[in-house]
Design a protein around this ligand. Structure first.
Ligand SMILES: [Zn+2]
Length: 281
């Protein structure tokens, strides 16, 4: 069973009129303003999964600043999971800055079959992971529903790229100190937070954290799989691609030669994700 924990889909109208949405949302403009930046509908995602032999995908929308845009995108996410209930698990996007309206939208999404919240990008959406009230709203809703949160995170150092934000290990650590009991997937290896789990206090607040491998081939030497598995254990690493940013096959090939054992690969590629989704292997 192969599960890609981190993919993105867009409603056809956003793909067709991307310039319009780029004018409305600065982060969207940064990542997708370039007409060469790939975007797919759910049909395109399923085609890629079939091509790469991926059984299921967890799909995110986009961390829009406007709750209204989040709502439109969430409606499309619900349509996607209704069309492919066996293949797609949808997450809801909200901007917690919207306050009570955010709670109402999350209720609608969970009733509509979405299974978590993400990808949330604090910087793109205009709040801080240190802000207890805003983050508390998200953490509480997810925890109460028994679901999980997927947070965008970045490295403190290294090359810059569109979408690289100041949401780095220091700010994620602040979040975990307050809301460490919530199941949280940190995208892109948590910006390197896994390394700091060698510090006992960091390991302690990170016990409910999963690290996804999204975009790893663009960021890290393939040794990262072995090293991360040695530090946090293979049970908290999830295969994710950030498709369509990266082709699934390329990422799978890298994991194949990562030096993980067959059992570790099985955990990273699907078993861990199934556990997080509350399903058994
Ligand atoms: Zn992503």
């Amino acid at each position: 069973m192969i599960i890609d924990i981190h993919t993105h889909i867009f409603p056809p109208e956003v793909i067709q009129r991307r310039e319009l949405f780029a004018k409305r949302d600065p982060s969207f403009n940064l990542i997708y303003g370039d007409p060469k930046a790939r975007m797919v509908t759910f049909e395109g995602l399923v085609e890629e999964m079939n091509h790469a032999g991926v059984d299921r995908s967890v799909v995110c929308g986009f961390p829009w600043r406007s709750l209204d845009m989040c709502r439109q995108h969430n409606t499309y996410m619900m349509e996607a999971v209704r069309a492919h209930p066996e293949r797609l698990v949808g997450l809801a996007t909200v901007n917690p800055v919207a306050g009570k309206a955010c709670d109402t939208e999350l209720e609608r999404c969970f009733e509509g079959g979405l299974k978590g919240v993400g990808e949330i990008s604090a910087d793109a959406q205009g709040f801080s992971l240190q802000d207890e009230r805003t983050c508390g709203r998200l953490a509480h809703a997810v925890d109460e529903a028994g679901l999980f949160l997927l947070l965008h995170t970045n490295e403190d150092v290294g090359h810059s790229y569109p979408g690289k934000t100041p949401t780095t290990p220091a700010s994620v650590y602040g979040f975990l100190e307050k809301f460490g009991e919530v199941n949280t997937v940190l995208a892109h290896w948590g910006g390197g937070l896994f390394f700091y789990e060698l510090m006992p206090e960091v390991a302690k607040v990170s016990s409910c954290v999963y690290y996804d491998t999204a975009a790893s081939p663009f960021l890290y030497n393939p040794k990262v799989y072995r090293i991360a598995a040695d530090i946090v254990g293979p049970g908290r690493i999830l295969f994710g691609t950030d498709y369509p940013l990266l082709r699934m096959q390329r990422h799978l090939g890298e994991i194949e030669s990562s030096g993980l054992t067959a059992d570790e690969k099985e955990a990273v590629l699907g078993r861990n994700a199934l556990g997080l989704l509350g399903e058994t292997y």
